[in-house]
Design a protein around this ligand. Sequence first.
Ligand code: BYC
Length: 345
Amino acid sequence: MYTQALDVMTPQERAADRAAPRSAEDAAADAEREAAFEARIAEGGFIEAKDWMPGHYRKTLVRQISQHAHSEIVGMLPEGNWISRAPSLKRKAILLAKVQDEGGHGLYLYAAAETLGTSRDQMIEALHSGKAKYSSIFNYPTLTWADVGAIGWLVDGAAIMNQVPLCRCSYGPYARAMIRICREESFHQRQGFDALLTMMKQGTDAQRAMVQDAVDRWWWPSIMMFGPPDDASPNSEQSMRWGIKRISNDDLRQKFIDATVEQAKVLGVTLPDPELKWNEARGHWDFGAIDWDEFWNVVKGHGPCNRERLAARVAAADDGAWVREAAMAHAAKQATRERDARRAA
Ligand code: BYC
């Protein structure tokens, strides 16, 4: 159901296809196709859904794009928690639009992953069974209204830094989806910054303290979003060679920190890292040690909200099952009517 791929194989068909013996001609044709693929990547061209691609390239893309899609959908939960408690009609309308955008991003990304021959059902099953990852950041709680601003400023800010280079990813459908996503993320980041700036400049002492507390809690998880350090990132080297990732985890993290330190000054908040220091020789901000144990703990499912997030997604799918069943029944009825009308004509 819902798949946009034209040629989805069942797992059995896929296994049989992989195990099928290859003739010398087939092997030569594969080598030729692989050379053409490598040449296309080297010249900075796009690979499209129907082009030949190595199995590992396809698998890497399905992994990354589906994890990205899951992150968008799970990412609706922490902010969705505040829609009914937004402090004004204006903030409520903005937050509603933002959360809805995240749902849309998830849908573009699932559609992009489907072009690689996986189905929506397979991806959702992987999320719900805990096999597929989603971003560590969404396993932290949103305790106050300032958390919504901090997510916009820091989490969407980190997301933009990570995602703008994905607009030049070598896989065309992913790259094109990212163009619109990045435009919307830019609005998300600004609305978060604006919400925090309003509280810092026009708010009470208690509101300013609430903003500082949110920044204290979201800063380190935000810089963990970029993934493990380059020397502990098993996928980076190959993904960079294939033009899936254009900038490394550590380089993106540094770019984010350099940009955000300046924005923190405008806001008037303190970033919770006593080792943040401008390094004239490097031309970058130095920062303190990241707690990678915390990161891996969250990635492995033991963060503050992992269980709650997954349970909410599973419950939403269960509650919506009757809608999917009704849609399928309606589609089947339509198809029967159309077939009968064609026969009668
Ligand atoms: N959280 O070799 P590495 C948003 C995993 S949504 C969890 O460096 P890779 C938003 C990684 O998957 C933003 N897991 O991997 C939505 C790998 O495990 P597997 C989401 C992480 O793929 C709503 C292992 O660690 N953005 O913006 O080369 C509201 C080793 O890592 C994380 C994307 O998904 C993490 N933070 O690089 C507001 C962007 N980091 O799969 C905002 C697209 C790493 O081998 N994705 N892992 O089992 C990417 O750019 C890359 O996949 C990553 C990781 C940079 C995240």
